[in-house]
Ligand binder design. Structure first.
Ligand code: NDP
Length: 330
């Protein structure tokens, strides 16, 4: 890099890891209301991988530099930006362009970072913990003592959900594809764990909950297992549909919900964060838990910018636990 250029990943066509091109591009200049961030760590989400493949909820606009969640320090302020100073440590949610040495984002996308968090931990926090908060609290209405089933419990969202659920006094049943992954969930306090291919999973969940069933299921896999998520619910139980990592369709027959008064609710973090009141409530709830160390973002495998394709493959190939991190400065 020279003073005016930087390394960035550029995507010009949709596809797999081969479409991620490492280029030298101009360092972006912040306009009015924008901030330039020196990017130290980027959290890679399932959504980033799907967006580059053209399989996400929204249409991917090209060319683009992926990276919606990252952490670093304020490098330059655009006109009219108040409340931030150069050098301040920040996390960013909802920007794009994180997979670069520098990124320009609206000042409204910045979140303060508790001193106690490293840059990778700060990058591992926004998407997973805010989603977990909305799923358990705002949309899930969970109360202490209830039972929640967390799928893909060793993943980025899963580890955040297990920790947050325990901090809220919930009983956690963790599901994952291997016992090594379940150990990650147990280490974070999961009360009961089952591999997700357990043949009589619905019966086992019922047994674990004293015969009643779970109050809440955080559904992130979808496909043929979705029926099981409904079947394992207690009367008045809730399924929060957060993802479909299986990329298979789920079938729902609404009349089936009537008999036990079940609820199925969709959750998309992007639209929830557009409600400033809801966003403030979530950040206010999470900040002290993070600052005190009561919840700790789980940093998973860490890669250099040039290795991002491998990171995408490892995430999609179910080989990772915690949050996959890219460090653009190394
Ligand atoms: P994770 O770190 O959880 O990785 C994905 C995990 O999904 C895998 O490790 C794997 O865990 C599980 N999985 C199950 N089936 C498959 C499959 N067929 N292919 C790949 N993975 C599979 O990723 P994220 O935390 O980024 O995301 C988890 C889920 O939550 C995704 O569905 C994502 O889209 C969703 N999400 C949605 C948000 C929203 O706003 N709605 C926000 C954040 C995440 P295992 O091997 O244990 O099964």
């Amino acid at each position: 890099m020279t003073d005016s250029t930087m390394r960035a990943l550029v995507v010009e066509q949709l596809g797999g890891p081969e479409v991620l091109q490492l280029r030298d591009v101009p360092v972006p200049q912040p306009g009015a209301g924008q901030v330039r961030v020196k990017v130290e760590a980027v959290g890679i989400n399932f959504a980033d991988v799907l967006a580059v493949r053209g399989e996400y909820l929204t249409r991917t606009r090209l060319p683009m530099t992926p990276g919606m969640e990252f952490a670093g320090s304020v490098d330059a302020l655009g006109e009219g930006v108040m409340g931030f100073s150069v050098g301040q440590r920040v996390a960013v949610l909802g920007g794009v362009g994180g997979l670069a040495e520098f990124a320009v984002v609206p000042a409204g996308a910045l979140l303060p970072v508790p001193e106690s968090l490293s840059a990778p931990e700060a990058a591992a926090f926004p998407v997973s913990y805010l989603t977990a908060f909305f799923a358990l609290s705002t949309l899930g209405y969970s109360r202490a003592g209830e039972w929640v089933v967390v799928q893909a419990a060793a993943g980025a969202l899963g580890t955040a959900s297990v920790q947050l659920a325990k901090s809220m006094g919930l009983n956690v049943i963790a599901l994952a594809s291997s016992d090594e992954k379940l150990q990650v969930a147990r280490d974070l306090g999961a009360d009961v764990t089952f591999t997700s291919d357990t043949a009589d999973l619905v019966d086992r969940v019922r047994e674990a909950t004293g015969g009643r069933g779970a109050n809440l299921v955080l559904e992130v896999v979808g496909g043929k297992g979705f029926q099981g998520s409904l079947d394992m619910l207690a009367p008045r139980g809730r399924v929060i549909v957060i993802g479909a990592a299986s990329r298979e369709p789920s079938t729902l027959r609404p009349v089936e919900l009537m008999k036990r008064n079940l609820t199925v609710t969709g959750l998309w973090l992007t639209s929830l964060m557009q409600d400033p009141e809801a966003a403030r409530e979530a950040v206010a709830f999470l900040t002290p838990l993070l600052a005190s160390g009561q919840v700790r973002p789980q940093v998973g495998p860490t890669y250099a910018l040039a290795e991002t394709g491998q990171a995408f493959e490892d995430l999609l190939g179910r080989r990772t636990t915690g949050k996959v991190i890219i460090e653009p400065q190394r």
